[in-house]
Design a protein around this ligand. Structure first.
Ligand code: DQA
Length: 147
């Protein structure tokens, strides 16, 4: 079993981008830590980051049926993208929306997510731990289904 970790625009700059908001960990470090966490449970992880909306739409389409779910930080597209919302609605696999920062205590425009209503859940404000929390949700849900 495997998960897809999808990261949207500007998240390739994690570690150097506004570290007071997004922390000091780089994306590669986040990816390898998450992969190691899942590996202990016998699960795989594939990671993809893009600054382009259409590439993220393609990645969601391609993930369908090949992964148990998607851990998705859509970054700024969270607040703007009807195309990504429709892509999530179009596929069968569940998506968890993750934000490193607490989008609810920042600028007003970050409070609205066009994607959250079509996601399984949303995690915000836990820092990069949010990615791990999302992975844990998929693992636990999988165990629950087997019971
Ligand atoms: C973000 C929050 C978004 O509002 C912002 O545009 C990002 C990162 C987060 O992880 O906190 O790029 O998704």
């Amino acid at each position: 079993k495997q998960l897809l970790l999808l990261n949207g625009p500007n998240l390739n700059l994690l570690g150097t981008r506004e570290p007071h908001i997004y922390g000091k960990s780089g994306l590669e470090e986040i990816e390898s830590e998450l992969a190691a966490f899942l590996k202990e449970e016998g699960w795989g992880l594939k990671s993809f980051q893009s600054n382009h909306e259409g590439a993220l739409v393609d990645a969601i389409h391609e993930a369908n049926q090949h992964y148990e779910g998607i851990i998705f930080n859509p970054a700024a597209y969270t607040h703007t993208s009807v195309a990504l919302r429709d892509a999530i609605s179009a596929v069968e696999i569940p998506v968890i929306e993750v934000h490193i920062s607490n989008v609810h205590n920042r600028e007003a425009f970050r409070r609205e997510s066009l994607l959250a209503p079509v996601c399984w859940g949303q995690i915000a404000g836990l820092g990069t731990l949010g990615y791990k929390a999302a992975a844990l949700a998929f693992l636990e849900e999988d165990k629950r289904k087997d019971d």
